[in-house]
Design a protein around this ligand. Structure first.
Ligand code: GRF
Length: 204
């Protein structure tokens, strides 16, 4: 199976997917390409190091979102991906794009959705005095951070935590659950049906 991963930054979740393909968490699959919207994304270096095709598609090279998303779609589809993984890809995607990959595209969002969609989730959880925080893997739909949730991991927030402590604790969990859910989707244990995530025949 072919996986295409979209990134904008560090790419630690990309790294977890790459590692998952070599350590057997993800079976019979490879990351066929890594695509970034930022030329300086460190994740592109991770791809190079792993001998994975990598490219940058820069928004300012396109007149509008429709044109950008169309170009992105063509570059992705050249790799005939079974699954598209958003891993810190910091762009909102148009309805056309999202619908094209319906049921095949996953995102990971650093909060216990439906809490804290959007940005700065860790700081918002700390500011709210939350005792726990976490991360969610979900199918991508037209609703921003709003598609059906597949798997979440919780972490504690301690009173002495800095925001970086919380980010690191959350990311450790992300690197465990994202490869797992990717394997479920690739092995067809997981699907999206009527707007719900379904695993082994059970609605999640
Ligand atoms: C992750 O925390 C993810 O939840 C969010 O963006 C971050 C990306 O980190 N969507 P990395 O680039 O995978 O290290």
């Amino acid at each position: 199976h072919n996986i295409v991963v979209l990134i904008s930054g560090n790419g630690s979740n990309l790294q977890a997917i790459i590692d998952g393909c070599s350590n057997g968490i993800i079976n019979n699959s490879q990351v066929a390409a890594v695509i970034s919207n930022k030329a300086d994304a460190y994740g592109l270096k991770r791809a190079q190091r792993a001998n994975i095709d990598n490219l940058c598609v820069t928004a300012t090279d396109y007149a509008n979102r429709q044109d950008y998303d169309q170009a992105l779609m063509e570059k992705i589809d050249a790799y005939q991906p079974d699954v598209i993984i958003l891993a810190g890809f910091m762009r909102i995607l148009s309805a056309n794009f999202v619908n094209h990959y319906q049921g095949r595209m996953l995102n990971i969002h650093p909060s216990l959705l439906p809490k804290y969609s959007g940005l700065n989730t860790h700081q918002r959880a700390i500011d709210a005095g939350d005792k726990e925080h976490g991360t969610s893997v979900h199918f991508v739909t037209e609703q921003l951070d709003g598609g059906p949730v597949i798997l979440q991991a919780k972490v504690p927030i301690f009173t002495e935590d800095s925001v970086d402590d919380v980010i690191e604790r959350v990311q450790q969990q992300e690197h465990k659950i994202y490869p797992l859910v990717t394997q479920w989707l690739l092995s067809q244990r997981l699907s999206m049906q009527n707007g719900y995530a379904v695993l082994d025949g059970n609605r999640l």
